[in-house]
Design a binder for this molecule. Structure first.
Ligand code: NOJ
Length: 513
């Protein structure tokens, strides 16, 4: 396990929308480099950059046309190497996004695979034996290639599935995972990883990590075996490199497949979704909503057994948001966000902050762009200041990649830097604390002290530090023996007296001896 993860805090960058330095309306690597000091100043010491490789951008870059060349819109490979170096100079790490399950239909491997005559890439993707033989139970495309056969899709129409083989081969066209052509796919992905690790990349966020082997058993044993093999390569050749999986199955991803981190993703109705995004029924019952009917046990009932089962194997990670999810500012106001982030940044595992969430950027109702659909509203340009295009780009407004938030009260970095009570400065204070106190970091013990269904506050312990929070509009209290501990950090106010902890509306307290 790379030691640096203990104290890592990630900042996710959607590169299209972060900072444009050449005035073409879209973000670039030089822009990320220019803003590294800002990110470091925030308290984030690691980056995850969404796919930045050559692509037709039918799924915002998750349709990779060339794994080894960055998209010209962001710069050159050399610019990305420079970004690795500049990040390292500041004690920061950089994870790239690895998309192992599929490529773009324009990838040269696929162009070869679809040819009628057999070649090295014929089995790099999954094909049936002739054009009128379909794939029962799988999405597929037929009638578009000179090769007689239909091919399997992994996500959108533009993303044919790479072939890692089948757990159980039920049809003649399905190859076992140990077929040399399926092993070659795995090795090709390792080759791509080495290509970026060698010049300084620090690891990967892995897209759809569970999607490799088809007809896998219910434990995804064959897919896990591939990842273990990849992990062995990392341990041997790049022991400092880290991988985080888009899986949301920590037992499988961390304890079996060998990922260092797994995301707790927002899946409708799951524990994580009850914290900030429980509004799908029309009524908002999110725990962090001031007037919601918050119930932290809905989160804990799912989180605790998962966390306890994997805590010695890797990190189950909490995030503010990601590029697929509605921003937390969609339904939570600034004060509600302060309490939310105080919780997220004092929990175990490695926290992830999505760009712009630190100032409470809004989810915007904008038309779809590059396969984003409803996700597009969480991908708009970063709001740096109150100037033209919110300081994101000097381009004419109509050439912006996506519109910026033009609301008169749109939050921006410059204004929040100048306001000591801003969300941005609260994030900075919280992350500073996390870096100072080992007991707030990824590995330190987590224990629930007080969490009752339908009641507040929620009180927990990280090592010897006691944390209590009250997202509601009421004053609440609970019996908590805090010994000689004193309040060392607070948002809002409260007190500890006679074996009782009392919190004023919308407050957060941290206590230590
Ligand atoms: C998950 C990514 O987060 C999402 O943005 C993408 O569209 C799909 N995987 C397909 O790669």
């Amino acid at each position: 396990m790379p030691k640096w993860l203990k104290d890592a805090v990630f900042y996710e960058i959607y590169p299209q929308s972060f900072y444009d330095t050449n005035g073409d309306g879209i973000g670039d690597f030089n822009g990320i480099i220019e803003k590294l000091d800002y990110i470091r100043g925030l308290g984030c010491n690691a980056l995850w950059i969404n796919p930045c490789f050559d692509s037709p951008f039918k799924d915002a870059g998750y349709d990779v046309r060339d794994y080894k060349k960055v998209a010209p819109r962001y710069g050159t490979n050399t610019d990305l190497y420079r970004l690795f170096g500049e990040a390292h100079n500041r004690g920061m790490r950089v994870l790239l996004d690895l998309v192992p399950g599929h490529t773009s239909e324009e990838h040269p491997w696929f162009q070869e695979s679809r040819k009628a005559e057999k070649n090295e890439y014929s089995n790099r993707y999954i094909w049936t034996r002739q054009a009128f033989e379909g794939m029962k139970g799988f999405p597929y495309i037929g009638g578009e290639s000179e090769r007689s056969g239909v091919y399997m899709l992994n996500f959108f129409k533009c993303q044919p599935a790479l072939n890692y083989g089948f757990g159980e081969c039920k049809e003649g066209w399905q190859l076992p995972t140990n077929h040399p052509d399926c092993v070659a796919t795995r090795e090709a992905v390792k080759d791509v990883m080495r290509f970026w690790l060698d010049p300084g990349c620090d690891g990967f966020r892995v897209d759809m990590a569970d999607s490799l082997v088809k007809n896998d058993d219910e434990n995804k044993s064959a897919t896990c075996a591939i990842w273990r093999n990849v992990r062995e390569m990392l341990d041997e050749e790049y022991p400092e490199a880290a991988m985080v999986s888009e899986w949301n199955n920590p037992k499988r991803a961390l304890s079996v497949a060998g990922f260092h981190m797994d995301f707790y993703l927002n899946w409708g109705g799951n524990g994580y979704s009850t914290l900030m995004r429980d509004y799908e029924s029309g009524e908002d019952n999110s725990f962090f909503k001031k007037d919601g009917k918050g119930d932290i046990t809905r989160f804990l009932n799912e989180y605790l057994p998962r966390y306890n089962a994997v805590k010695d194997d890797g990190y189950y990670c909490l995030l503010t948001c990601n590029h697929d999810t509605l921003r937390p500012r969609y339904n939570l106001d600034e004060q509600e966000l302060k309490i939310t982030y105080a919780f997220l940044f004092t929990m175990p595992g490695v926290p992830y902050l999505y760009y712009g969430d630190e100032i409470g950027m809004r989810y915007l109702d904008v038309p779809t762009k590059e396969g984003g659909y409803q996700r597009t509203g969480s991908r708009t340009p970063m709001q740096w200041n109150g100037g033209k295009n919110a300081g994101f780009s000097i381009c004419p407004v109509d050439t912006l990649y996506l519109p910026v938030d033009t609301a008169p009260d749109a939050p921006n970095v410059a204004a929040q830097e100048a306001d000591e009570n801003s969300l941005l400065n609260t994030v900075k204070a919280l992350l500073r604390l996390r870096h100072e106190e080992e007991e707030l970091q990824a590995d330190a013990a987590f224990e629930v002290v007080y969490a009752e269904s339908g009641k507040l506050p929620f009180v927990y312990r990280r090592g010897d530090i006691v944390i209590a929070l009250n997202p509601s509009a009421e004053t609440v209290s609970a019996p908590v023996d805090a010994g000689d501990k004193k309040i060392c950090f607070s948002i809002g106010s409260g007190k500890v007296q006679d074996g009782k902890i009392t919190l004023e509306p919308q407050s957060f307290l941290m206590l230590k001896s």
